[in-house]
Design a binder for this molecule. Structure first.
Ligand SMILES: Nc1nc2c(ncn2[C@@H]2O[C@H](COP(=O)(O)OP(=O)(O)OP(=O)(O)O)[C@@H](O)[C@H]2O)c(=O)[nH]1
Length: 301
C-alpha cells in the first residue's frame, strides 16, 4: 500500500489516524510539528501522501505547505489538509497554494480514505505522465542509431555554450568530423555494416571527449564536438589524438575487420560577433579543406 506522513501536533489525532491507516494496510509515519515533517522529507524520507493539520503552533500547515511547494523535490507530493473548519480563509489559501483536498474534523475515516484514494490515483497518473515525458524527451534529443545527442539537441546545447562563452569572453572550439569515403563501406559491405561502423565510431568518440564537451551526430556520417573553454592549440591536440585512435580501430562487421579514417574541420570562436551558425559554417569550410588536402587530417579555419 502507500506510505503516509501524518503531520499533527495532537497525539490523540495522530493515534486515531495511525490506527485507521494501519488497518487499511498503509505504512504511517507521524511528525509532531511542521519542522519535524520538513526535516524528515528533506533528509530523503519518501511518502506517497501527506495528511497535514492546518493549525499547529510554531509552524502552521499553510507554512509547511508553502515550504513544500517551494521545493522542486517535494512540490508534487499530494497533500490533504486536515482542518477544524472549512469556512476558514486559510483553507481556501491552502487549496489555492496547491493542496489536493481537505477534510474537516471530526471526519468520517471512510470519506478521508476515499479522498486519499483519489489523490493517490492522481499521483500515479502524474508519475506515469512524467515518466512518459522523460522518455519522449530522451527520444527527441537522442540519435536512434548511435545513442549520441542528435543534431537538434546538439545545436541547442552548443548555442547555449556559444552565448555563454561570448558573455564570459572564453574560448570555444567547434569540430566537425566526417568519415572518409564512407559511401564505399556501404557499397562494399552493405548498409548494416555501415551502421555497425557508425556505432563503433560513436562509442570511440564518446570515450575520447571530455565530460564538458558536447558530442553529437549531426548528419549521416557526420559528427561534431563543441568544446567550451578551449583554445585552438588544445583542440588540435585533442582531435589529433581522436583521429589517430579512430585510424587504429579495428571494426568487426561480422567476420571481417574494417578500418576507417576521419577528416576534421576546426573553428574557434573569436570576437563577440560570431554566433553558432557562423562557427559551424567555418568548421565546415575547414572540413572541406581537410577533404581536399587528402583526407585523414585535421584542418583549421
Ligand atoms: N550505413 C549508413 N550509411 C549512412 C547513414 N547515413 C548516411 N550514410 C551514408 O554515408 C555516405 C556518405 O557519402 P558521401 O557524402 O558521398 O561521402 P563519403 O563517401 O564519406 O566521402 P567523403 O566524405 O568525400 O570522404 C552515403 O553513402 C550515405 O548513404 C547511416 O545512418 N547508415
Amino acid at each position: 500500500m502507500s506510505r503516509i506522513l501524518v503531520v499533527d501536533d495532537n497525539e490523540i489525532n495522530i493515534q486515531l489516524l495511525q490506527f485507521e491507516l494501519d488497518n487499511e494496510g498503509h505504512t504511517t509515519v507521524a511528525a509532531r510539528s511542521g519542522r519535524e515533517a520538513l526535516s524528515l522529507l528533506r533528509q530523503g524520507a519518501t511518502f506517497d501522501l501527506i495528511l497535514l493539520d492546518l493549525y499547529m503552533p510554531l509552524m502552521s500547515g499553510i507554512e509547511v505547505l508553502r515550504a513544500l511547494k517551494a521545493d522542486p523535490l517535494l512540490a508534487t507530493l499530494p497533500v490533504i489538509m486536515v482542518t477544524a473548519s472549512d469556512l476558514d480563509d486559510s483553507m481556501i489559501e491552502a487549496l489555492d497554494m496547491g493542496a489536493d483536498d481537505y477534510v474537516t474534523k471530526p471526519f468520517s475515516f471512510r470519506v478521508l480514505a476515499a479522498r486519499m484514494r483519489t489523490s493517490l490515483r492522481l499521483r500515479e497518473v502524474q508519475e506515469k505522465l512524467r515518466a512518459t515525458n522523460r522518455h519522449l524527451n530522451m527520444l527527441a534529443t537522442t540519435d536512434a542509431l548511435t545513442s549520441l545527442t542528435n543534431r537538434r539537441s546538439f545545436m541547442q546545447q552548443s548555442d547555449r555554450e556559444v552565448v555563454r562563452s561570448i558573455r564570459h569572453q572564453q574560448g570555444l572550439v567547434m569540430a566537425i568530423i566526417d568519415v572518409d569515403h564512407f559511401k564505399r563501406v556501404n557499397d562494399c559491405y552493405g548498409h548494416a555494416a555501415g551502421d555497425k561502423v557508425l556505432i563503433s565510431l560513436a562509442k570511440e568518440l564518446k570515450g575520447q571527449v571530455r565530460e564538458c564537451d558536447i558530442l553529437g551526430r549531426i548528419g549521416g556520417e557526420e559528427f561534431a564536438i563543441c568544446m567550451p573553454q578551449t583554445e585552438t592549440e588544445q583542440a588540435v591536440i585533442a582531435v589529433e589524438r581522436l583521429r589517430e585512435a579512430v585510424e587504429s580501430m579495428e571494426i568487426d562487421i561480422g567476420g571481417q575487420v574494417l578500418s576507417i579514417t576521419l577528416s576534421i574541420g576546426l573553428s574557434q570562436l573569436h570576437g563577440s560577433d560570431l554566433n553558432l551558425i557562423e562557427i559551424m559554417r567555418e568548421a565546415d569550410l575547414a572540413l572541406y579543406q581537410a577533404k581536399n588536402e587528402g583526407r585523414n587530417r585535421c584542418s583549421i579555419h
